[in-house]
Structures are given as C-alpha cells and as structure tokens.
Design a protein. Structure first.
Ligand code: SF4
Length: 662
C-alpha cells in the first residue's frame, strides 16, 4: 500500500479546509477540479517557469521518479556531496514528504527555491504583508507552502540551516532575446509521460537578463510558525497543526470542520446526476454530519446562490442557510438612482422568486426597450479569446503579458438579418499576435458606425492593454496612431490608466444589461453567458422555433464561417439543451470531465479555459498538422458560438419585449 504522507499539495488543500484531506484522491468521491497537473501547468505557464528556473541554477541533478522510496534514495545519495543542486529533491520527515522544486546544498546550509507561475512586482518580501503587519491573504497559501517545506527540511536535517525563497516572474523584467518561449516545448518520454524539453539552442544571452526573481521569505516563514492554528477544536502551533493533519491523513481519519462560506465552492460537491450514479459527495456528507441535513434539504436553494451576496458569512453564522431563511433586512434592497434594478434589488428579486418557487423570468421591458432605441444598426457582437504567456515571445516584452489571439464577430442588421461577419485566430508558434489582431478588428468594425456589444469587461480590458503595448513599444509601428485612435473610439479607459477617455462608440456591455433588466431563476443567480443563454432559449418560443430548423450555416439561412446547416435547438427531458453541449470535445486526449471543467465558468482557469489551453498546446506541444487543424476548427466553432449566444440573447429580449407589449 502506498505510504500516506502529508505532501505539500495535501498541506495546501488542508489549509483550504482540513476535511478535504479525507475526500482527496478517492475515486468514489466526486472532485470538480481539474486533476491533471500538466493541463493546469500548461495553461498558466507553470511548466515553462519551472524549467526556466532550473536554467538559472545550472549543473543540477533532476530526480525524475515519482516513486517515494526511489526518489528519497536518489536524493539522499546526492546529498552525500558537500555542494549539490537538486531539482525535485525528495525529503521526508516522519509522515511529511516534499518534493522541493530546487534545493541547493552548500555544506551545512540548504537553500530552498519554490517556483510559482505567478508574476511579482517588487524586490523584497514587503509586498507579502498587510499594513497591519499580518500576511496578505493573496500570498498566504504560497508562503504557507514554503513554510511547510522549510519545516520538513529543518526537521529532516536538524544540524543544518535552511533559507527559503519564492521564485516568480518579475513583472518589470524585459525578455533579453527573441523566441525564448519557443525554447521550452512539451514532448512525451518513452513511457508516454509528458515532459518539458529545453532546446539545445538555449544560449547564455537568453539567460543574461533574468526574468524570474528570487524573494527571500524566511521572515514570512517565521511569522507563520508563530501564528495560531486550529488543531481540532483547540488553538495550536504550526508544528502541532502539521502533525495533526499528517496523523489524520496517515490514518485516513476525517477531520470534522464546521461549514463555512467556502463550502459553496467545494470541489467535492456532486451534482444531482452524479448522485444518481451513486458517486459520493463530500459536501453532502459534511452537511449531513454537521447540520443534520437530509437528502430533501439539498433540493432547496441556499444563500450561496444569491448573486454577489456579501453578507453570506454573517447569515451562515446566524444559521440562515436556505434562501427561505432570508428576510428583507438581510438584503436591504435599495434603488441606486439608475435605470433598471440595483444590485441589492436584484438580490431581493432572486430571493423572493426562490421563496415563492416562481420559476418565471423577469424583464424590465420598458427600460430595456428604451436602451434598445438608442442602438445604432448594424449591431456588432464581439468576443475575444486571450491568455497570458509566462515567457515572452520577443525581446523587450514582459513576462505574463496579455495575448489576444482570437475574436469572433456577428452582425445584426436593422431588417433582422444576421451574419457571422468575421473571425480571427492566430496561434502560430512564437508569433506575438496582438497587433495583427487589432488591425483585423479595426478593419471589421470600421465599415460603419453601428453599436458594438461585448459581454462583461474582458474586451474593454484587453483593448486597453493592447493600447498600452502599442504606446510603449519602442519599435517602429507605422499604423500605431491609427490603431490607438481606433481603440479609443470603441472603449473607455480603465481605472489604472494615466490617460482618461470615453469613446464615442464605446462598446455596450450586455452583461450589465442583464444585471439591470433581466433575471431568470434558471440561472441560479449567475450572470455568466453560459447560464443566461440556456435560460433564454427555454423562455423564448421565438428562439426555439427559429433555431430548431437547420438554418444556421444554410445557403438561404444565416451565413456562418464555421457551421453548415446546424440545428441549435435540441430538447432533453423537456428542456432545451445547452448549445455548448452540442459541440465536440476540442482535445482527443483529455477526458470529457476535464474538458467540461475547462469549458465551465467556474474552473480555476477562469472563463475561456478551453480556448487558452488550446492556444498553449498549439504553442508548446509537438503535434501533427492534422491535430493542429482540428483544434483550430474547434476553437473557431466555440468562439463563433460565443458571439452567436449574444445575438440570441438580443433576439430573445426582442421576443420577450414584443410579448410584454402585446
Ligand atoms: S463541504 Fe465544506 S466542510 Fe466539507 S470539505 Fe467542503 S469546504 Fe470542507
């Protein structure tokens, strides 16, 4: 039987909630997190950052085996040397076990480097502290992780000193050469396991300017060692806490935790259909054990569903968990003087509908109609796919700079005609796409003065970002001024901008319109387009009739660049199926479950997880031309559906308004 050690990832999990240790890695329990570490490292650039960090410590030995005993034996052999650098060193102390990213031994002193796929602005640990001297909650998980590793090394080698560091991308460092990010590619080894291959062309000049920074965190570790931790029901030291976790994990004993607001996002919560398949739900177990809930209680809506509700913690503390427990005073709905409903009025609307078991949609049709009257035809609906690449493409660029690699564009004419007007996708390995992207967007949107729609803030944020990149770029860009001028006309400046503007054609945010004028209980309080689209498809007879026919991409139907005679409406159990579920998995080698998680808006990679993963794979994985073209086809289809979804919401609103007007 495999040893049950408390590893650094299990320690981090226990910091979120110690009960999770019991559910983790048990196939009978549902886990809604993407579990493939390579997939996650690919999307956030973790694999590149980790490998680049090793290049800054040349001459080290890598422990490759995943077997605990073998890894310990190989590490201990190497540690017989007075001076040695080890990557993925294995260290064990009693039931605690770590793999240190980089461990440097100099006689009786160890230096530990924990590499994080994260960007950092600063040169000391001061940024990790709040003004009151406590450690910032943003940095706490990373620092606690290093403190845990330092603790293990110190106890495994009591006669030695240890200093600990975090290593992260330096936000202000400029990449010294062109093409650096293409020198870290992913291949498969003989056993089919994925690994990172560093190009033989990596030269000294590539590493001359270090784009990763090392921050000494010994004082943060000391701070953490002196904090109080919950050891069961008692306060205890860091060491007592670690031993408590390790002991329970070794014996596979559940640590009972009181429900908190974090339970709402617990990854061990099974869906109804997973429960029907007899899969276990850690969430259900916790709540039955701690709150005495019965199966029927889980059918009721809870306060976790209330959109943007800031008083969750207080309500939970007062024992108000179901929406039926919530009173008007808990929400305190108040108008904010603007058209449509305020945030608190929307919350109260959600609560009253849930309390009254009223599943009908709500629309402020008069005010929405007023808004629509100001729109200028043809209407343009756009959506971007973006990512942040850890190691820059070109010399002079910063780590984790924003990359805009894809857009889709639908047009609705005044007479009701719809067309998929255009798309852009540039995933050519090693090519920085942003300027080409903005040139294409400008061309498509400059043919008329029609209103432009986005869904949420993302498109405005990225256009501001490209604006800054253009303004700061020292290369000769002949059309810089016209591109920047275009961006200013269709955006408003972001808060962090030195320069302030509001474009005369500034994009209209459909998500804001949803928040002010439309609510459907089927969305369970989420305003994500992935929830709003299926909801409106179920409410609008017009949409159901129109898209039940295969008119999309048909010769005499709606022109499409990526679909042929597509039928968007399919029913399952009397409800319209989510159109995203009609599209195929983008990747052959990723499970349906992981792909669904990549697509969902609650995954760790945020919305667009599938697209940015596809982009990263096309940049850094070896693949055949066939695989590449299949992924590109899928990316184009998904992005087209993103803008079609906006069009459908627009058409759905028109239908609901017409019904209201009679
Ligand atoms: S449901 Fe709550 S208490 Fe149970 S494991 Fe999840 S977060 Fe912890």
């Amino acid at each position: 039987m495999k040893a049950r050690y408390l590893t650094k990832s299990r320690f981090k999990l226990a910091l979120e909630c110690p009960t999770k240790l019991f559910y983790a890695n048990k196939p009978e329990y549902v886990n809604q997190k993407i579990e493939d570490p390579f997939l996650l490292a690919l999307a956030d650039g973790g694999f590149q950052v980790g490998e680049l960090a090793k290049c800054y410590f040349p001459g080290g030995y890598e422990i490759r085996t995943l077997d605990y005993a073998e890894a310990l034996e190989q590490t201990n052999d190497l540690l017989k040397k007075d001076h040695v650098i080890i990557y993925e060193a294995a260290i064990r102390f009693e039931n605690l076990f770590i793999r240190a990213d980089i461990l440097v031994k100099n006689k009786y002193h160890f230096e530990l480097f924990e590499v994080k796929a994260k960007s950092f602005d600063g040169d000391s640990d001061a940024a990790f502290y709040n003004k009151n001297g406590s450690i910032s909650s943003t940095w706490k998980p990373y620092l606690a992780d290093v403190a845990f590793q330092k603790h293990v090394i110190q106890h495994a080698f009591p006669g030695y000193t240890v200093s600990a560091h975090l290593m992260m991308a330096n936000k202000n460092a400029l990449c010294p050469t062109d093409g650096l990010n293409q020198k870290f590619k992913i291949t498969k080894d003989e056993d089919g396991r994925k690994k990172v291959m560093v190009s033989s062309k990596l030269a000294a000049e590539d590493l001359a300017e270090k784009i990763l920074t090392k921050i000494k965190v010994d004082s943060c570790c000391t701070f953490i060692y002196t904090e109080d931790f919950n050891v069961g029901t008692q306060p205890g030291t860091f060491e007592e806490y670690v031993n408590f976790l390790a002991d329970h994990y070794a014996k596979d004993k559940k640590i009972i935790s009181q429900p908190t607001v974090n339970c709402g996002d617990c990854e061990f919560k099974a869906t109804d259909s997973e429960l029907e398949q007899d899969l276990k739900s850690g969430f259900h177990e916790c709540w039955k054990e701690n709150l005495g809930w019965k199966d029927k209680d889980f059918k009721d809506s809870t306060i976790f569903e209330i959109w943007n509700f800031r008083r969750k913690e207080r309500c939970l503390h007062e024992g108000k968990i179901k929406i039926t427990d919530i009173s008007r005073d808990d929400i305190n709905p108040r108008a904010d003087g603007r058209q449509g409903i305020s945030a608190s009025e929307r919350q109260w609307l959600q609560v009253t509908k849930a309390q009254g078991k009223d599943m009908s949609y709500w629309i402020d049709w008069e005010n929405l109609y007023q808004e629509m009257r100001n729109w200028v035809y043809p209407l343009h609906f756009i959506d971007f796919e973006t990512t942040m690449v850890a190691i820059p493409f070109n010399k002079g660029r910063y780590p984790y700079e924003g990359i805009a690699f894809q857009f889709s564009h639908h047009v609705v004419h005044e007479d009701g005609r719809i067309e998929h007007r255009g798309h852009y996708l540039n995933a050519v390995p090693g090519v920085f796409p942003n300027y080409d992207f903005i040139r294409r967007l400008k061309k498509e949107l400059s043919e008329d003065q029609g209103s432009i729609f986005r869904y949420a803030a993302h498109e405005n944020t990225y256009l501001n970002l490209i604006y800054r990149q253009l303004m700061q770029d020292t290369n000769d860009i002949p059309d810089r001024e016209s591109l920047c001028g275009f961006i200013r006309t269709i955006t408003h400046s972001v808060e962090s901008s030195d320069d302030h503007w509001e474009g005369n054609r500034s994009m209209i945010d459909m998500c804001e319109l949803v928040k002010r004028y439309y609510y459907d209980p089927a969305t369970k309080g989420s305003n994500s387009i992935k929830q709003v689209l299926p909801a409106i498809l179920n409410s609008s007879q017009f949409l159901q009739r129109k898209y039940a026919d295969p008119i999309y991409g048909a010769d005499d139907g709606i022109p499409s660049m990526n679909y042929k005679e597509w039928q968007w409406i399919k029913f399952i159990d009397g409800r319209v199926l989510d159109p995203y579920k009609l599209l195929p998995n983008m990747f052959q080698d990723i499970s349906e479950k992981d792909f669904d998680l990549l697509l969902s808006d609650s995954n760790e990679l945020r919305d667009g997880g599938a697209a940015l993963t596809a982009y990263a794979r096309m940049q850094f994985e070896e693949m055949s031309e066939y695989e590449r073209s299949e992924i590109q086809k899928a990316l184009l289809q998904y992005c087209e559906l993103d803008t079609l979804a906006m069009v459908m919401i627009y058409e759905g609103w028109q239908d609901l308004i017409n019904q209201a007007k009679g």
